[in-house]
Design a protein. Structure first.
Length: 78
């Protein structure tokens, strides 16, 4: 079995997924005190939750980069 080389944008999609997961976990942890009735976390914890959106944007940029590379490859094949 031969491994295919990574396409342009694959790295961005992987990094974006990791950043998204970190943000999602931070969101769950930050929201837990609301349901448990404990003291809320400091504001910096809420800023870490923004990684979820940043991860989504990074992954979307990777997908767009991959699409652009596939279009260039299709045009050069004609």
């Amino acid at each position: 079995m031969t491994a295919t080389p990574p396409a342009p944008g694959d790295g961005l999609v992987r990094v974006g997924a990791i950043v998204f997961i970190v943000g999602a976990v931070a969101t769950l942890v930050t929201m837990a005190p609301l349901f448990l009735g404990t003291e809320p976390f400091p504001p910096i914890a809420y800023a870490v939750c923004m990684l979820m959106g940043a991860g989504f944007l990074i992954a979307a940029a990777g997908v767009l980069r991959s699409i652009a590379a596939q279009r260039r490859q299709a045009k050069s094949a004609l």
